[in-house]
Design a binder for this molecule. Structure first.
Ligand code: ADP
Ligand code: ZN
Length: 730
């Protein structure tokens, strides 16, 4: 029978191998032994009952508390040509009757049911007349009063189960706490040997926690690395959600808010848009996420601290279900803790104690400087088997010592004062390091007493120092000119009334982290991004036509492999992840045609995919069409309007205009190059160096270019020159 199971895995689902525990569970279940399956979100629980359902002659009943998930599962199964139906209160009388008829004729493999529906006497009667082989309880933690999601009807399932003596019982949950697991076992009378508990370590999630200084900027920088990817940003309050969503929209991102204060219609609308890839980002309170099955969520950001570790784990768990890398960023500040404490203090007795314990555990997790996975797994009762993971901020760089920076800080501040607070960090650094550059001489700054007094630190270290001075409020930056000015506490520091402690070692974590990433990503499939974009468009078209989410047609992984291997016949198409018989029949021709055509036009040959597993950690980027601002800005710019004029016209910052133009370019539109040079503040020599750096590192990431140029050139200039570089290439 396991042979049949393996065939189903490849021929029906198009997967090449089982995930951990799937094979064991399926083997166990096929022998009609009951099972409790505990796997983290994205672990692949569904296959544990779906594959047996295909092999059993009789019906598999799946009880599931969330109607939206039920619909999603049924849609996905139908795409595999598996006969699945649902019975719940959302169906029309006609649909309901149709499904009942199918069941009576024995034409259904899987029946999805809401618990209320199952408990109705007419359903019980119907099911009694059918041959039931498997009784599956999804989200089984709802049985437990200790779970966060207790459903009284779920308790009754234990009784109902006895109506199907020939059926095997499978209970599935992603809840890790032993107490809830015991409760499930006890209620369903399962034996110890029948529990399958997978590791809760989600290896494809990159975990990162940063001090929250300038949260909006931090999020914008983070989003720059995630262009056109789907992601969720969690905030503490509704107000914060609205503000941040608005801010991001203004910055040109494709974003929608979600919280309980919005009408149900708007909430559903926004959620649907996210699922269907019509928008990239959802900014939300914790109200968002239940019932979302989207496998290609590429990032989760906690703009505010989460309530506790369990909530954090559940929320980041929504990222990367498809197994590709996903990034999880938490911004952490002590004032957020005070917010949480405020709410805790309103509680009383036992409840207050529990909340305090949760908060302390969370703080320990955040402040620990070992691998993040060690305390996280420990919290869930698992011992992480190693000291490092290479997928968290603490592992990818070594923690550094804090040092007294007061003296160099005073030099820096003093130099700012001596140049009348008219200059930015780069110029100040040049003076301190004794530079004889043209601009330094022109301003007579080689004559200053501070000229050359800071040679002991590198440019990068001065840069770090200036960042810390900004972050801690000693300095402020003029938003327009970028020049630095002292604030009151800066004056205090200069006069020795205050001190600065921090880290300026340039061998910093984030730099290390990026290099580690590049090393890791060398293994990724170097797929054709332009073609990937076209494939996504095709998928979106088909999905809209069928009124299903795009991921129901194919996951990103399938498209990435197509854009790498360019399969052109049936056999090689079957080798692609996610392509089984049904999908080959349905979509093979359509995608095959697209591939052939693209290969002919570009002289590309098919690559052979080896049967062994390829490690995939590629991070998809793809364009989406929106009828938005950039469709106005792009043509206006090409018709001769300057960037400055456009800034006035739309009343936005230059970065926003640049973002629109980049978006426009990414949709395969040309841009006129000259307009970018007009706004560049660099001299020709600097411009050339930047262009050379882009030539060397490619235009996708700014950081390597920034580093190549010793951090001398601002990101803003780099962005301008990147567009010039791209525009010139056509
Ligand atoms: P869970 O219910 O545990 O959260 P799912 O059953 O929804 O997880 O599976 C998560 C994703 O992983 C789905 O997109 C599914 O198609 C995919 N998947 C499951 N098993 C495998 C496998 N053996 N190989 C490849 N992909 C798999
Ligand atoms: Zn780690």
């Amino acid at each position: 029978m396991m042979q049949q199971a393996r065939e189903a895995l490849t021929n029906v689902f198009g997967f090449k191998e089982f995930r951990p525990l799937q094979e064991e569970v399926i083997d166990h279940v096929l022998q009609k032994n009951d099972a409790l399956v505990v796997m983290p979100t994205g672990g692949g629980k569904s296959l544990c009952y779906q594959i047996p359902a295909l092999i059993f002659d009789g019906l598999t009943i799946v009880v599931s508390p969330l109607i939206s998930l039920m619909k999603d599962q049924v849609e996905q199964l139908r795409e595999y040509n598996i006969s699945a139906v649902q019975l719940n209160s959302t169906l029309s009388q006609q649909e309901y009757q149709h499904n009942v008829d199918l069941l009576k004729r024995g034409e259904v493999s899987l029946l999805y049911l809401a618990p209320e529906t199952l408990l109705m006497s007419r359903t019980k009667k119907l099911l009694k007349s059918l041959d039931v082989d498997s009784f599956t309880i999804d989200e089984a933690h709802c049985i437990s009063e200790w779970g966060h999601d207790f459903r009284p009807e779920y308790r009754k399932l234990a009784m109902v189960r006895k109506n199907f003596p020939d059926a095997v019982t499978i209970a599935l949950t992603a809840t890790a706490t032993p107490r809830v697991q015991d409760d499930i076992k006890r209620t369903l009378e399962l034996k110890e040997t029948e529990a399958f508990i997978a590791s809760f370590n989600r290896t494809n999630l990159f975990l990162e926690i940063r001090d929250k200084h300038r949260p909006l900027d931090q999020v914008l920088t983070f989003l720059d690395r995630h262009e056109n990817q789907s992601g969720i940003i969690y905030c503490f309050s509704r107000k914060q959600v609205d503000e941040l969503a608005e801010e991001l929209e203004y910055e040109g991102f494709s974003v929608r808010p979600y919280h309980a204060g919005l009408s149900e219609g708007r909430r559903n609308n926004n959620q649907e848009a996210f699922i269907k890839d019509d928008v990239d980002i959802i900014v939300a309170t914790i109200a968002f996420g239940m019932g979302i099955n989207k496998p290609d969520v590429r990032f989760v950001v906690h703009y505010d601290m989460p309530q506790n570790i369990e909530a954090y784990y559940q929320q980041i768990g929504r990222a990367g279900r498809d197994g590709l890398q996903a990034d999880c960023l938490m911004l952490f500040s002590y004032s957020d803790i005070n917010k949480i404490k405020y709410f805790i203090n309103k509680k009383q007795g036992q409840e207050k104690k529990v909340a305090e314990r949760h908060l302390n555990a969370l703080l320990q997790f955040i402040e620990n400087n070992k691998c993040r996975r060690i305390p996280l797994m420990d919290y869930f009762g698992e011992t992480y088997p190693s000291d490092t993971c290479d997928m968290c901020d603490n592992c990818v760089g070594s923690p550094q010592e804090v040092e007294d920076l007061t003296e160099p800080a005073q030099k820096f501040l003093s130099c700012i004062v001596r140049t009348d607070q008219h200059f930015g960090a780069t110029h100040i650094t040049k003076i301190l390091r004794g530079s004889e550059a043209k601009k330094v001489k022109e301003h007579g700054h080689t004559e200053l007493s501070t000229h050359g007094i800071g040679r002991e630190l590198s440019k990068k270290q001065w840069k770090k120092l200036s960042e810390q001075l900004l972050i801690h409020g000693f300095l402020e930056r003029d938003p327009e000119y970028g020049s630095l000015k002292l604030k009151q506490s800066g004056i205090d520091l200069l006069k020795g009334r205050k001190a600065l402690y921090g880290r300026i070692n340039t061998n910093n974590k984030s730099a290390d982290r990026d290099s580690a990433r590049t090393a890791a990503s060398a293994e990724k499939l170097d797929y054709d991004e332009t073609f990937f974009k076209q494939l996504r468009q095709k998928r979106k078209e088909l999905a809209d036509k069928a009124d299903v989410p795009p991921y129901v047609i194919f996951p990103d992984t399938t498209l990435i492999e197509m854009a790498y291997y360019f399969p052109q016949n049936e056999e090689s198409m079957r080798a692609i992840h996610g392509i089984g018989s049904a999908k080959l029949n349905k979509y093979g021709d359509e995608f095959g045609r697209l591939i052939k055509q693209y290969c002919e036009e570009h002289g590309i040959e098919e690559k052979k995919k080896r049967a062994t597993k390829t490690r995939r950690s590629s991070r998809p980027r793809a364009g989406k069409f929106s009828k938005k601002r950039h469709h106005e800005v792009g043509p206006a710019y090409n018709n001769g309007q300057s960037i400055n004029e456009l800034m006035d016209e739309y009343d936005v910052k230059m970065s926003t205009i640049l973002k629109h133009l980049r978006k426009y370019y990414k949709e395969d539109n040309p841009l006129r190059p000259e307009g970018f040079l007009e706004v560049s503040g660099l001299d020709e020599q600097a411009q050339d160096s930047v262009l050379q750096a882009y030539e060397k590192h490619g235009p996708d990431l700014l950081r390597p270019v920034h580093e190549e140029l010793d951090g001398e050139i601002s990101y803003k200039e780099l962005k301008i020159m990147r567009l010039y570089y791209l525009a010139q290439m056509g």
